[in-house]
Design a protein around this ligand. Structure first.
Ligand code: NAD
Length: 303
């Protein structure tokens, strides 16, 4: 069945996600602040609107794919000059918030929707630009079950795996916890490789042992931070992302916000956030794959 979908935020992720909805036969109107994103969207069959309000006016479903919670809440509410999505949408519209944002912002966004007579859920993704283009993203969804069921056919066009993670904010909670594991484990794997090098181990020997022993993890076996053992890992292409250091720093910042709001004492998560913030802001890592963190560990180690 063809659904009228409005897509707000047609960047690296939103652009290909919206294009897949068009390919599946849906009618998609879109808006972004950047003209280049609009031109690409137009070429992919999206009807480009003059404003976010105009894009959502006739929509059954509204998807947002924006940089941060501030952008999402701003777009939802609008300001004196710009009408917000909430006021511009038809009553009882289903909002799918797919950006990666704070758990608390996700819950606040849904509360605003419900107060205005709409339905909404948080559905952040993993899988990166490659997954967005291939339509194989994993969606982590925080929703009432009936909203989850209503959203599923649309999410299935853009994703290969759709996981219901509980009520409002559950999707963002799953995303932040997963990426905290990933950030910590990449640092752990990188430290082990640098230690192995200093102890005279070849990277291949350490990989052959750890990848089939208790050190096994995705950071080692898929995104291996040294060139050689996993030919497809970003280390083999001079750390071109992949998953950029800036995004890992952002996601670990969200993890720290969640740690603070819940009072959880996660020493490694907090330290990993600081290490990736420094990598992104001071060590040229913002545009590199996050596995480039290994080079900063090597640089700090005695020669
Ligand atoms: P991006 O910066 O490429 O795209 C965001 C787009 O939003 C931009 O084109 C920007 O112009 C637009 N925008 C900002 N404010 C707007 C507004 N008020 N109205 C309309 N458009 C507006 O970022 P991205 O890489 O596409 O990431 C989007 C979200 O997905 C982020 O929350 C990110 O953390 C998350 N994410 C990204 C990746 C990835 O690999 N890039 C992976 C998983 C999740």
């Amino acid at each position: 069945m063809s659904t009228r979908i409005a897509f707000i935020g047609l960047g690296h992720m939103g652009g290909p996600m919206a294009a897949n909805l068009v390919k599946a036969g849906h009618t998609v109107s879109g808006f972004d602040l950047v003209p280049a994103a609009l031109n690409e969207a137009r070429a992919n069959g999206i009807t480009v609107a003059e404003s976010a309000a105009a894009a959502v006016a006739d929509a059954d479903v509204i998807i947002t794919m924006l940089p941060s919670g501030r952008h999402v809440l701003g777009a939802y509410q609008g300001d004196e000059a710009t009408p917000g999505l909430i006021a511009s949408a038809a009553p009882n519209t289903l909002f799918l918030e797919c950006s990666t944002i704070d758990v608390e912002d996700a819950r606040a966004a849904r509360d605003l929707l419900v107060a205005a007579g709409h339905r909404g859920l948080d559905a952040p993704v993993s899988g990166g630009v490659g997954g967005a283009t291939a339509g194989t993203l994993t969606f982590m969804v925080g929703a009432e079950i009936e909203d989850f069921e209503a959203a599923k056919p649309v999410l299935e066009v853009m994703g290969g795996k759709i996981v219901h993670c509980g009520g409002s904010g559950g999707g963002q909670a799953a995303k932040v916890c997963n990426n905290m594991i990933l950030g910590i484990s990449m640092i752990a794997v990188s430290e082990a490789f640098v230690l192995g090098e200093k102890l005279g181990l070849t990277n291949q020997a350490l990989f052959d042992v750890a990848s089939t022993a208790s050190g096994q993890c995705w950071a080692l076996t898929t995104n291996c931070p040294v060139p050689g053992p996993v030919p497809t890992s970003p280390a083999n292409r001079d750390y071109q992302p992949g998953f950029a250091g800036a995004l890992m720093a952002k996601d670990l910042g969200l993890a720290v916000n969640a740690l603070e709001s819940t009072g959880v004492n996660a020493e490694l998560g907090t330290l990993a956030a600081a290490i990736y913030r420094r990598f992104a802001d001071e060590e040229g890592g913002a545009g590199q794959d996050f596995s480039g963190i290994i080079n900063t560990i090597r640089a700090r180690s005695a020669s």
